[in-house]
Write a protein that binds this ligand. Structure first.
Ligand code: KG4
Ligand code: ZN
Length: 361
């Protein structure tokens, strides 16, 4: 493969409950073109369990992968810029191990059949680097100099990490959750309230519909908000939601007003902690940019409040956040990250191992 040429990458992402395949073109001029971006969600299947059930997810990935692959190829082939696939990228971790292996096995079989090189991708890094799509940001040395070091907040159903990014490919985890992830807290709290899975978007929607007057005056804790480190803890918040819920009469628990007030307070508690720690990290590390990624960053309140806080407290700091469709799991981010890996290391793989706990640093 030649560095100075356009590279068409087929990327596969199956780290959790989305079977995602993208075909992207990394152009020699530094920009990316998405030729196909398909996500087959298993939400309907996992809804009944209130969360992702790994072995069921694995079975669905096995079933979905050949179908999504065919569709993605058909979509890409209709684009005038599509010629052929040059490289296959696949998420190697972190994630649910049985799910990761499904994507890896599919990628390896395809690579063998088509005689194509493979590149493994770290899912957390992909959530960060997706910010280089669609922002018209060329990741050239001079552009990167304006952004680095950056503090990255990756918040999803499986992860809550604050990462110091020194360069593309060079990271240090400076804080993370000691128990549940922020998205997991949204999902578990929603379950307590009798709401559907995934809880994040549903809680966010309920919180918006609330009128100004409070009836229940709910106050939930903001765990670790004043701790000196950059760590998080969300399992206590989930327990507090449960106790608050149990303290109400069965009639109150079911009222629209109670659910809305709970939703608003749950969202407020999670958002407040995430923002406080992110701003603190950005200040302490003299970050030039704050970069967000992961499903929870689709949350409008988080986006709004963080924008306001940055403007007020650290106006010189740049702020990158993906479009909501690129916040949640997708394979465009996998392809893009593989491209950066290729530019840096010039290395491809024949065999890839899944690593459920793969670290970014
Ligand atoms: O990144 P993602 O798609 O998958 C994982 O890698 O986990 O994130 C999914 C998580 C779920 O916990 C979901 O409830 C949460 O992101 N989420 C949201 C919103 N949209 C998705 N949380 C809060 N507000 C949202 N609008
Ligand atoms: Zn994710």
């Amino acid at each position: 493969m030649n560095k100075s040429k356009d590279l068409t990458i087929l990327a596969i992402e199956t780290s959790c409950d989305d079977t995602a395949i993208s075909i992207i073109k990394a152009k020699a001029n530094g920009f990316f073109e998405i030729l196909a971006n398909l996500v087959s969600s298993q939400i309907d299947l996992h809804r009944q369990y209130g969360g992702v059930y790994p072995f069921l997810a694995k079975r669905e990935h096995q079933k979905n992968l050949p179908i999504v692959y065919k569709k993605a190829l058909a979509v890409a082939k209709k684009k005038k810029n599509f010629k052929k696939i040059d490289l296959i990228a696949v998420t190697a971790g972190p994630g649910l191990e049985p799910c990761l292996w499904t994507g890896i096995n599919f990628a390896q079989d395809l690579a063998k059949k088509e005689n194509l090189p493979l590149i493994p991708v770290n899912h957390i890094e992909a959530h960060i680097l997706i910010n280089f799509i669609g922002q018209n940001l060329k990741p050239t040395k001079s552009e990167l100099k304006k952004l680095l070091p950056a503090v990255c907040l990756v918040v999803s159903g499986g992860h809550t990490q604050l990462i110091l990014m020194k360069d593309i490919g060079s990271y240090k985890i400076i804080g993370e959750t000691r128990d549940d992830a922020a998205g997991e807290c949204f999902d578990k709290a929603a379950r307590i309230l009798g709401l559907d899975y995934p809880g994040g978007p549903i809680i966010a929607a309920k919180a918006i519909t609330l009128d100004a007057k409070n009836k229940y005056n709910i106050r939930l804790p903001r765990p670790m908000i004043s701790s000196k480190d950059y760590d998080f803890s969300f399992s206590g918040l989930k327990t507090a939601v449960l106790y608050e819920f149990k303290s109400r009469s069965t009639r109150d628990r079911k009222t629209k007003k109670y659910i809305q007030e709970m939703a608003k307070e749950i969202q407020a508690a999670i958002v407040e902690v995430l923002i406080k720690k992110t701003i603190k990290a950005a200040k302490d590390y003299n970050a030039k940019a704050i970069i967000l990624g992961g499903g929870v960053t689709a949350n409008k309140e988080l986006r709004k409040q963080l924008t306001e806080k940055i403007k007020k407290e650290i106006p010189k700091v740049k702020y990158l956040i993906p479009e909501p469709k690129y916040s949640t799991d997708n394979a465009a981010m996998t392809g893009l990250t593989a491209y950066f890996s290729w530019l840096k290391k010039k290395k491809t793989w024949k065999k890839i191992e899944a690593n459920a706990n793969l670290r970014i640093d």
